[in-house]
Design a binder for this molecule. Structure first.
Ligand code: SAM
Length: 316
């Protein structure tokens, strides 16, 4: 889907493609860079970038309209598309995957290179790699490698024995959390998709964790969380439905013991939290969460630019 909107701010897709076809260049009237949210039904937010027409022109080779789909940032995917006039009916729209790897980019920005360096500082272990493959097979977006390392570290720093996770996925974050718990520590993890939890169980079994150390609860988070005990947990990790994050944080304030720690994934929402022009639901809700943490007496927090951003808060 291609739409146009107000004048562009920036055009910086660090993508490369192996095969791209577009309309003939004379049919192209501009380019959209857009974010397509998987968690809302809204149309993709689009940005019209007349200045970048040259970029697409260099890709033009034949006669099919092409939308170049970029990498996932949280629940959002960045796309690059050509504008063609309405009198060009019947043009097929092809979706092409592009390689988001910075290695594939001609010249990653210094910021991107630094971020990649930090993400790779702690290497991915074999068991995490298995869980990542399971995640990919299910279409689940796991936490980044840097975020996984952070979760393990946080657990160790607070001497965690019990953790709650909202959004089990296929177990990437569960492995990271368990890695930071004491030898007899227990992870309680909630997910509304039993299929995801079956994959997570496979990953945890593969890593040698006995069943008793991971209590996987299939259900809606806002139904399950109120049934968990007050002040009984050392760490709460939030990575479920982005639209419910405010409610998850309220539950975390109740569940955490004093001295416990809250971590909220996707706190930068693909860079859009910092972009005043972004007003999509995920972004607006995450801004509410950040403001709540700033204003709640129960928490002192900070925002870390690891992965897609992690909000970390200490429970007073
Ligand atoms: C981004 S994935 C979690 C990935 C996981 N934390 C990891 O790193 O491996 C989000 C998960 O939240 C689950 N989810 C979405 N809405 C939910 C809800 N309302 N209650 C419980 N789980 C939910 C999805 O099924 C999905 O598995």
């Amino acid at each position: 889907m291609i739409t146009s909107a107000s004048p562009s701010r920036t055009v910086s897709p660090a993508f490369t493609t192996t095969a791209v076809t577009t309309p003939s260049t004379s049919e192209i009237t501009g380019i959209s860079i857009f974010m397509e949210s998987r968690s809302t039904n809204s149309s993709p937010a689009a940005t019209f970038c007349p200045g970048s027409t040259e970029t697409l022109r260099t890709l033009a080779t034949s006669s099919a309209v092409t939308v170049v789909m970029g990498p996932l940032y949280g629940n959002n995917r960045v796309g690059l598309g050509a504008h063609v006039p309405p009198q060009s009916p019947g043009r097929a729209i092809r979706l092409l995957d592009v390689n988001p790897s910075p290695k594939a980019s001609a010249s990653p920005s210094p910021h991107q290179a630094t971020w990649e360096f930090a993400e790779k500082f702690v290497p991915v272990g074999d068991h995490a790699a298995t869980a990542r493959k399971l995640s990919a097979a299910l279409g689940v977006t796991p936490i980044s490698t840097g975020t996984a390392a952070l979760l393990t570290l946080l657990g160790r720093l607070v001497g965690a024995r019990s953790a709650v996770e909202i959004g089990t996925g296929a177990g990437v974050s569960g492995l990271a959390l368990l890695g930071g718990l004491a030898a007899d520590g227990v992870l309680t993890s909630i997910d509304s998709e039993p299929e995801h939890q079956q994959a997570a169980r496979t990953a945890l079994d593969d890593a040698g964790y006995p069943t008793r150390r991971a209590r996987l609860i299939a259900g809606d988070a806002l139904t399950v969380l109120p049934k968990l005990s007050d002040g009984a947990y050392d760490i709460v990790f939030v990575d479920g439905d982005p639209l419910e994050t405010v409610e998850y944080v309220a539950q975390a304030a109740r569940l955490l013991r004093p001295g416990g720690v809250l971590a909220v994934n996707h706190a930068l929402v693909g860079g859009r939290v910092a972009d005043e022009a972004s007003e999509d639901d995920d972004t607006v809700i995450m801004r509410e969460v950040l403001e709540a943490i700033r204003s709640m007496d129960e928490f002192s927090g900070t925002l870390l630019p690891v992965g897609d951003g992690v909000l970390v808060a200490y429970r007073h």
